[in-house]
Design a protein around this ligand. Structure first.
Ligand code: HEM
Length: 326
């Protein structure tokens, strides 16, 4: 993670005093982090795979809004279905090649017989898809909020500098970032990357006054729950990180299921701790080096393309942070 962050910050040196789209930057960062963590390779090595995965995610997302004639897919394939299948085959091949390169020191030998190579490839795809864009959009919205609420940006920087100075943040002390924890929670509440959770009801189930028949797909709007004034109060739509000062139980009025940015239950996010560490590390290193404000060219347009993301990016102006000038 640190290596990927250092590469990003090095790139930012060419943008001092200028505008930069942090959504594009964080997509590169989170791709690289997942890529390095999984395969020890840099983003560039996996770039081709990411391009293909990105295209695949867009096809999946567009499919949600496509009207299909039931059964016709068995006889005639649409161009996007053919493209999807081709991408899937190429991604599988790329993953196999990457794994082969690391066969000697990888876990493939240990897993022999316990999990098939195909299952392993599918798990890798899951991690790429589930872990890249979500983390990028989470980081983007936090930096967006801090570029508007610069008082909170200053508080967060103070906390980081008190804990780490200009040193690289250490894993064990990251948990001590209390204010940052509040900021992350408040941002995940207002701009939750996964605005909808899905479940399939296996057998007839009662949900309050509603009887849900078996095999029904239920869509849960995380966003609606996160912004419900009955739970969060009349200021539910406002950015108030203080509400998390005494933890999630207090913030939700003892209704912790009302805060579910990482889902809930046995199928909740497998990468939650990874994502929180990544976010805290990235924010700490950015705050150590930069002050940022929202660019006047920014147009606010959150939109849902698999994750809740800014349709036109988030443009901020970067100024190097120089403590002696304060
Ligand atoms: C801020 C970043 C992230 C957010 C907001 C997020 C959110 C979520 C949500 C809402 C779910 C669905 C949970 C449910 O249905 O109850 C999920 C599933 C999942 N996430 Fe994340 N995620 C993030 C980052 C990551 C990362 C970095 C990884 C991997 C390194 C990851 C791996 C997964 C996996 C594998 C699943 C599927 C779990 C399963 O089906 O059992 N996520 N995530």
């Amino acid at each position: 993670m640190i290596a990927s962050l250092e590469i990003m910050l090095e790139r930012w040196r060419h943008h001092h005093g200028k505008e930069i789209d942090i959504f594009s930057e964080f997509k590169i960062l989170t791709s690289e982090v997942i890529s390095r963590t999984s395969f020890g390779s840099g983003y560039l090595e996996g770039q081709h795979v990411f391009d293909m995965l990105t295209r695949m995610t867009h096809i999946i997302s567009e499919n949600n809004y496509r009207v299909r004639v039931p059964g016709i897919g068995k006889f005639v394939k649409a161009s996007y279905d053919i493209e999807f299948e081709n991408l899937e085959a190429k991604i599988r091949e790329s993953f196999k090649n990457m794994m082969k390169k690391r066969e000697k020191d990888s876990i493939l030998g240990e897993l022999d017989g316990k999990i098939s190579l195909d299952d392993l490839i599918d798990q890798c795809k899951n991690f790429y898809l589930a872990g890249q864009e979500t983390s990028a959009s989470a980081l983007t919205w936090i930096v967006f909020l801090l570029s508007v609420h610069t008082d909170w940006q200053d508080k967060a920087r103070k906390e980081v500098l008190e804990l780490f100075g200009q040193q690289i943040p250490s894993q064990d002390r990251i948990a001590k970032l209390r204010i940052m924890g509040m900021l992350i929670n408040e941002s995940l509440r207002l701009y939750t990357p996964n605005a909808i959770l899905m479940r399939r009801v296996e057998r007839e189930t009662r949900l309050g006054k509603i009887t849900v028949p078996a095999n029904t797909e239920v869509y849960i709007s995380t966003l609606a729950v996160h912004q419900n004034p009955e739970i969060w109060g009349e200021d539910a739509l406002l950015f108030k990180p203080d509400r998390f000062a005494d933890g999630v139980v207090k913030a939700t009025n003892s209704n912790i299921a009302a805060f579910l940015p990482f889902g809930l239950g046995p199928r909740n996010c497998a990468g939650m701790n990874f994502a929180i560490t990544e976010t805290k590390l990235a924010l700490s290193m950015i705050l150590q080096h930069y002050r940022f404000t929202l660019s006047p060219t920014y147009a606010h347009c959150p939109t849902e393309v698999l994750t809740m993301c800014p349709q036109h990016g988030v443009q901020v102006i970067l100024q190097p942070y120089e403590p002696n000038l304060l």
